[in-house]
Design a binder for this molecule. Structure first.
Ligand code: AGP
Length: 372
């Protein structure tokens, strides 16, 4: 009913708008005033976490994209090797796991069969399993050794939005916590990340307040057949997520690529007027990445693509090559997905509406996939 949708036309719009609160709620009570992580609820003894020599993340769809981003954070902040794998592929390739492996299963519903089967397989091999889940008492957390709940509140729309942002927050918390219990020497970078996490809900809100041009752009693209998405580093999974949202909602051909892969094949797809969304990493810090993506944008634009550039506020270098520029707040490099994904959600939702599609219940899809 209209009341359930809180005055919005669709649950998806309501859930997109709820993201600042979802993010804040997921952080609530989990970091103390001194910047220490308070995650006693993760009931895997610190002694066991200190023994972990490999992290494997399993998930499907949007939750898998959160896991891909988590890999960058876990490896960079803790120096523990981490791999992220589609749950549906994981157990069929005879993965190498033992009691020193920490498996993280990410699932909004807690009922996804592929993810459940992956975690059962992991436990049979002796691995510890930590679930990141949004649904209290669901099967995945019940069958795991420990759980960190995301506090997104119920997500009704089939396309995942606020659950994704809170999965990212939970992944960052786990990465920081692993570093904390293992006594990883934290530099100023990690200290400032903890500080910046506290501000991120406000920044997501800022993004939401500036989305009208993105909606307008989406409406103008309603007749396109294809949209491509490019990113590097943590922007690459963001590109994959942008493409997935567009497929499931707008029923358009959409593909996400690592920008560095362009010249290895996908650049052949670039022709006149093809919209290409580019997620640009911060020009600060890892500026090598930034320079490389600027030249990727130049390459595709030279071939006639219509460039839709998502870049940090104040990034002047990309401006001359952007047919459409979407500015996002300045964040630490690893946290950028929390703000960069939001315009892509709004874009897909508006495009779907413009094409007359059912936003909350896309064809052929179920909210949780309880078969393998
Ligand atoms: C996201 O928009 C999708 N509908 C889908 O990919 C989803 O994220 C996936 O099926 C995993 O679901 P889960 O988080 O409930 O396990």
């Amino acid at each position: 009913s209209a009341a359930e949708k809180g005055g919005y036309d669709y649950f998806m719009l309501k859930e997109i708008a709820e993201q600042p609160k979802a993010v804040a709620d997921t952080l609530l009570g989990r970091i103390d005033a001194g910047g220490a992580l308070l995650l006693d609820e993760v009931r895997i003894p610190a002694a066991e976490l200190r023994e972990v020599d490999k992290v494997v993340i399993v998930a499907c769809g949007t939750a898998y994209h959160a896991g891909l981003i988590a890999k960058y954070a876990i490896e960079h902040w803790t120096r523990i090797p981490c791999e992220t794998e589609l749950a549906s592929e994981f157990r069929y390739r005879d993965p190498i796991l033992d009691h020193r492996t920490l498996v993280i299963a990410i699932s909004q519903s807690g009922e996804t069969m592929d993810t459940l089967m992956a975690l059962r397989h992991a436990r049979e091999q002796g691995a510890r399993v930590l679930a990141i889940c949004n649904t209290n008492g669901s099967t995945i957390p019940r069958e795991s050794d420990a759980v960190l709940y995301t506090h997104a509140g119920p997500e009704v729309a089939v396309a995942s939005t606020k659950a994704f942002l809170t999965q990212l927050v939970a992944c960052y918390l786990v990465a920081l916590y692993l570093g904390q219990v293992r006594g990883t020497k934290w530099g100023d970078e990690v200290r400032s990340v903890v500080h910046d996490l506290a501000r991120i809900a406000r920044e997501v809100e800022e993004v939401l307040e500036t989305m009208e041009p993105v909606r307008e752009l989406a409406r103008s693209l309603a007749d396109q057949n294809t949209v491509l998405f490019l990113g590097r580093h943590v922007g690459y999974p963001v590109a994959l997520e942008g493409a997935l949202k567009l497929k499931e909602l707008a029923y358009m051909h959409a593909e996400g690529f690592a920008a560095g892969e362009l010249k290895h094949g996908p650049i052949a797809l670039i022709e006149k007027d093809v919209p290409v969304v580019v997620v640009v990493p911060s020009p600060r810090g890892r500026s090598v990445l930034h320079d490389k993506i600027v030249s990727n944008i130049q390459e595709i634009r030279a071939r006639g693509a219509r460039t839709i550039v998502i870049a940090e506020r104040g990034d002047e270098a990309v401006r001359p090559y952007a047919d459409h520029l979407v500015e996002i707040p300045v964040t630490p490099v690893l946290l950028q997905p929390l703000v960069a994904t939001v315009p892509l959600q709004v874009f897909a939702c508006e495009l779907a509406t413009a094409r007359g599609n059912e936003v909350d219940q896309p064809r052929n899809l179920a909210k949780s996939v309880t078969v393998e």
